[in-house]
Design a binder for this molecule. Structure first.
Ligand code: ABU
Length: 486
């Protein structure tokens, strides 16, 4: 009974050890019950409530902050309720995001990381994690195909930050004076990315004061635009190619883009945040052929490799560039007269100061599965995608464009005999959001949708959850068809 016990009774309180242990035992029971429930197909993916309902407080679950301390019984109830009203992203029928699944070893790693509660800036406070980061980065660089002498990198808070690093480093590589003189010392810079690339590339250009970019649909456009811009006094310097676009899962032809970048002296970045996981698979890595020619690569193990959020790496071919570009030599942290090899004080390579430990969970997962385990996991995700694709092709009530994320429309009976045109598109645009709303109210599965270019709202089904089986894919289709039937 924790109703008369308060946080002040826990460690560091004198004789708080036993109470602390009991409190954690109870909390672990709550977490374990949630973990088991997350994998149970009979349990809901979510118990949806509108923001105002959650805000007002449900069944005694209040989000308001008190002036007086609450007892530990109440805190445990709050923990249970927090999980209850959240979304079970590890559920086999959660298809909503590129990052999904609940890897038990990864979770254990995350728990340990939080317990250690340290900071990744210096070796003196993070000796083991700093070395683990070095070893993981080396391994990933080797898998990308860089030589022993090449390669540097850092784990970042997400793919957007990794992409930001790539633009920052490319700019510094060509114009090191930017660090001290700023953008006014530079000519007008131009970067290229395809229309389907992740919006973070555009955001990076805005954040870094470049403020301009061209969306290019074909390779030849890079060539043509690049030449014409050079004539106008602008300096093209960077091309982002995507290996696994966010919506379609499409792969840019990396070798062809690398040829153009080489002939024009442009920095080639490959955003493999989503598709990077395929590098683990001998069967599927062919889609990323040419990635070894990139100057930088974004790769998010929290996507297809199933590491718990967050786990994203920026890999940089040129050693030393990260440090030269970002180091500020703060003397209170990065003293040069320490008694160990201070090249391991890697924090000054980053644009952050404090940095969360994102590496331990991935390191532990790699130990637990081996590279081969990741390969099977990735292959399984692709098999699920193929299964869905085959099923959709056999059904008259679904239509799909051809892409490697499985994107499709459900066609309700009332639209099946309508000829293509604006009216059909207008009505089809409303179908996916309506089905998703019903799906969320019901809570048994979850999938995302979006419009793109000239295409009206369509579903995007992504596979990164190793718990998902073909029966879950079949369930999803039936669920959509039954919710969408008019
Ligand atoms: N940063 C891209 C994540 C997008 C998604 O999960 O749908």
């Amino acid at each position: 009974d924790f109703s008369c016990i308060y946080s002040k009774d826990l460690l560091p309180a004198l004789s708080g050890e036993d109470t602390t242990k009991s409190f954690f035992q109870e909390l672990v029971n709550i977490l374990l019950s949630y973990v088991c429930k997350s994998f149970r197909r009979s349990s809901k993916v979510l118990d949806f409530h509108h923001p105002h309902q959650l805000r007002e407080g449900l069944e005694g679950f209040s989000l308001e902050l008190p002036d007086q301390p609450e007892n530990l019984e109440q805190l445990l109830v709050d923990c249970r309720d927090t999980l209850k009203y959240g979304v079970k992203t590890g559920h086999p029928r959660f298809f909503n995001q590129l990052s999904s699944g609940l890897d038990v070893i990864g979770l254990a790693g995350e728990w340990l990381t939080s317990t250690a509660n340290t900071n990744m800036f210096t070796y003196e406070v993070s000796p083991v994690f700093i070395l683990m980061e070095e070893i993981l980065l080396k391994k990933m660089q080797e898998i990308v195909g860089w030589s022993e002498e090449e390669g540097d990198g850092v784990f970042c808070p997400g793919g957007t930050m990794s992409n930001l690093y790539s633009v920052l480093l490319a700019r510094y590589h060509f114009f090191p004076e930017v660090k001290t003189k700023g953008m006014t010392a530079l000519p007008r810079l131009i970067l290229f990315t395809s229309a389907h690339s992740h919006y973070s590339v555009k955001k990076s250009a805005a954040v870094l004061g470049i403020g301009t970019m061209r969306g290019v649909n074909t390779l030849i456009m890079i060539l043509v635009i690049s030449l014409s811009l050079s004539l106008q006094g602008c300096v093209p310097f960077y091309v982002n190619a995507t290996a696994g676009t966010t919506v379609y899962g499409a792969f840019d032809p990396l070798n062809a883009i690398a040829d153009i970048c080489e002939s024009h002296g442009l920095w080639l970045h490959v955003d493999a945040a989503w598709g990077g996981g395929l590098l683990m698979s001998n069967l599927h890595r062919v889609k990323l052929q040419g990635i070894e020619r990139a100057w930088s690569v974004t790769w998010n193990p929290h996507k297809m490799m199933g590491a718990p959020l967050q786990c994203s790496a920026i890999l940089v071919k040129k050693r030393g560039l990260l440090k030269d570009c970002n180091q500020m030599c703060a003397e209170y942290l990065f003293q040069t007269d320490k008694h160990y090899d201070t090249s391991y004080d890697t924090g000054d390579k980053t644009i952050q100061c404090g940095r969360h430990v994102d590496v331990f969970k991935l390191w532990l997962m790699w130990k637990a599965k081996g590279s081969e385990g990741f390969e099977s996991q990735v292959n399984k995700c692709l098999e699920n995608a193929e299964h869905l694709f085959d099923k959709l092709k056999q059904r008259p009530d679904f239509e799909l464009p051809e892409h490697s994320n499985v994107c499709f429309w459900y066609i309700p009976p009332s639209l099946r005999n309508m000829s293509p045109g604006p009216e059909r598109n207008r009505r089809l645009h409303e179908v996916a959001p309506k089905i998703k709303a019903k799906m969320m109210e019901q809570g048994m599965a979850m999938i995302g949708y979006q419009p793109l270019g000239d295409k009206v709202n369509f579903f995007r089904c992504v596979f990164s959850n190793p718990a998902t089986q073909t029966e879950d894919v079949d369930y999803l289709l039936e669920e959509i068809a039954s919710l969408g039937h008019d």
